[in-house]
Design a protein around this ligand. Structure first.
Ligand code: EPU
Length: 341
């Protein structure tokens, strides 16, 4: 049975807390329900929005179509070989719960991705990443349903075309598939990633020496760092990083460096450098600023926040002002990481 509802408020389904409405709404708990949905011919032509945890979404308007909230649960070990464990999770599994499951069982590879808000089904969409790890490093394959036909198809690693906060699902396949299950290939032998940002010093503060390192310790350190920098959406509405970190040519980077010697930059492996957008935004004086009910977070300038009662348009207008000032000062265009509806 499918319970399709009308005129549903999305306020508690997006981490910015915007009070947008869905014309139609359905929650999907099983693969079978997803199949049933495609037998309802009256909805075939209706525009659809697929919702996971709503942690990377900015609503500027009501959605005049069908919002499909993906809540398929279940974490299952499919098989293992000498060095890997293959773990399948339903699209609706809370990402952090999956991380905790893996950490508790000694399956390594996603401990650096602890506490990222959102669901497992949304994770491959933008190849979620943090502290030197992206999910493409442990991704095996996913199952997705074609929104036009209801047929299930498998996407392997290559077919997902992962990039920095990118996948085929944000480009050619945008809006065409509903991810229902994702399978990860975790490692039995951990490879510790502690070089990024504050992980090493946080471990030291926690009294964990390198010979005591474990995936649990890394997960705990990441949780500590995230809690200290990133606002909890349950308290202050936000969608994590609002912009992607821009990649600029090495030439442009060197030129800017002569004027701004403190500008951080990380080589990407090709001829570009990735510059932290948070630094650029902070240099433009935005960190901690309020504009009406919208604002730039006081501890991480890459995060735009809803201080209560802001609309999606207010956040978007603040985002354009931030973009403009970064462009005026540095000649760098910031691109949003969040999906704007
Ligand atoms: N920085 C500042 N001021 C700020 C923020 C950052 O100067 O207000 C500079 C500092 O130099 C800092 C550097 O930027 O050392 C990097 O900052 P941070 O480690 O916080 O990471 P980020 O590049 O700002 C990215 C991801 C985050 C992820 C962190 C940690 C993107 C768009 N964001 O942020 O992801 O948690 O790295 O790995 O790549 C998200 O996607 O929603 C998200 C939170």
């Amino acid at each position: 049975m499918l319970d399709i509802q009308s005129h549903v408020s999305l306020k508690s389904y997006n981490t910015f807390g915007f009070d947008a409405k869905a014309r139609y709404w359905v929650e999907i708990d099983t693969d079978a329900q997803l199949q049933t949905l495609f037998q309802l011919t009256e909805f075939l032509a209706v525009p659809k929005l697929i919702l996971g945890g709503g942690s990377n979404l900015l609503f500027t308007r009501d959605f005049e179509g069908l919002v499909i909230k993906m809540s398929i649960q279940g974490i299952e070990v499919l098989r293992e070989d000498a060095s890997h464990v293959f773990v399948k999770a339903g699209a609706g599994v809370n990402w952090h719960q999956l991380v905790l499951f893996c950490v508790q069982n000694g399956y390594a590879g996603i401990e650096n991705l602890s506490l990222i808000p959102g669901t497992t089904g949304a994770a491959p969409m933008q190849n979620i990443g943090a502290y030197g790890v992206e999910i493409e490093q442990v991704f095996d394959h996913l199952e997705a349903v074609d929104i036009r036909t209801g047929e299930t198809r498998i996407f392997n690693h290559a077919e997902c075309r992962f990039g920095y906060r990118e996948s085929v699902f944000k480009h050619e396949a945008k809006g065409q598939y509903i991810i229902s299950n994702v399978t990860f290939r975790l490692n039995k032998q951990p490879v510790f990633h502690i070089d990024y940002g504050a992980i090493r010093e946080t471990l030291a503060t926690m009294g964990i020496s390198e010979d005591k390192l474990s995936i649990k310790a890394i997960s705990d350190a990441v949780i500590r760092i995230r809690r200290s920098k990133l606002p909890n959406p349950a308290e202050i509405g936000n969608a994590g990083s609002f912009f992607k970190n821009p990649e600029i040519s090495k030439d442009q980077f060197e030129t800017l460096k002569t004027e701004y010697p403190a500008m951080p930059g990380f080589p990407t492996g090709d001829l570009t450098m990735k510059v932290p957008a948070g630094w650029l935004i902070e240099q433009c004086g935005w960190k901690g600023k309020h504009v009406g009910n919208a604002g730039v977070h006081s501890k991480q300038a890459l995060v735009l926040v809803n201080h209560g009662g802001a609309t999606g348009s207010e956040i978007l207008s603040l985002a354009s002002k931030v973009q403009q000032s970064v462009e005026d000062k540095f000649g760098i265009r910031l691109n949003p990481e969040v999906n704007i509806v």
